[in-house]
Structures are given as C-alpha cells and as structure tokens.
Design a protein around this ligand. Structure first.
Ligand SMILES: [Zn+2]
Length: 141
C-alpha cells in the first residue's frame, strides 16, 4: 500500500479503477551523475495504477484487478530491471520504469473488448520518493 495520498488524475470517464501492487527488484544506473545509484542495489517498488473507461466487459469489469497485477508483478518481481529488453538502451530510473509500466498495462487494456485507458501510474521507489507518469493524448495508439 502507498504510504500517503493518491494524486488523482482528472478525467471524464464513468468508471475509474485503481490497483496497488508492489514488487522487489534490483537495478543500477550506469550514469556518472547517478552517484551511489551506479552500484547495483534493490528496492521494494510500490505501484498504483489508475484506469478509466466508460464501459465494462461481459463480466462487469473495467479490467480484472488480477490481470494488472500479473502483468507487472510477474514481469519485474525479483528481477534485475537492467536485464529487461525495454531497458537495453535506457536506464531503469523510476521515471522510465513508470513509463514502461504504463506501456505494459495500456497494451493489455487495448487487447480487451471494452478498451479502457491507463490514465496514471505512480511508482514509489523509497519511502520519500515517487514518480507519476501521465500519458498524453497522443500516447494512446
Ligand atoms: Zn535505486
């Protein structure tokens, strides 16, 4: 669970769903500006995703909560983020991890019958640091 408030994202959809999850992973940031973070270390990442849509699927779901967890937890838990193909040419910073989580979830949502939208991803890396990724309209392809 996130340790504090949930920043909200304005939207006009009828339904909004939020899912909390967490996973443990290691990473390092091989940039000379990254200080101590150049060394391999680990975090328990806390993630909150916000999904919006006007219609539900045949089961009455915007999206099944467990599908969201499976897509993210299964992919990143107990892994080294740098080893994932999406981080081959970029560093797994909190910002870029949030963007990748958004992309993974949005791809999942686009494959559903009711096609909801991932409106916001919050990634907390430490008790005092988190990032919010909010896609722009043109990111929904
Ligand atoms: Zn770190």
């Amino acid at each position: 669970m996130m340790q504090q408030f949930y920043p909200s994202v304005p939207h006009g959809f009828r339904f909004e769903l939020n899912k909390d999850m967490n996973f443990s992973a290691a990473h390092f940031i091989p940039s000379k500006d990254a200080g101590q973070c150049q060394e391999m270390h680990g975090h328990t990442y806390f993630v909150n995703v916000t999904i919006g849509g006007d219609t539900v699927d045949a089961s009455g779901f915007l999206i099944d909560f467990k599908q969201i967890k499976q897509a993210i937890h299964k992919k990143y838990d107990h892994s080294v983020l740098n080893n994932h193909p999406e981080f081959k040419d970029k560093f797994p910073t909190t910002e870029l991890l949030a963007e990748q989580i958004w992309q993974t979830i949005q791809d999942l949502l686009m494959a559903t019958e009711n096609k909801p939208f991932c409106l916001q991803v919050i990634v907390r890396e430490t008790p005092t640091s988190y990032v919010i990724y909010r896609p722009r309209k043109e990111d929904f392809r």
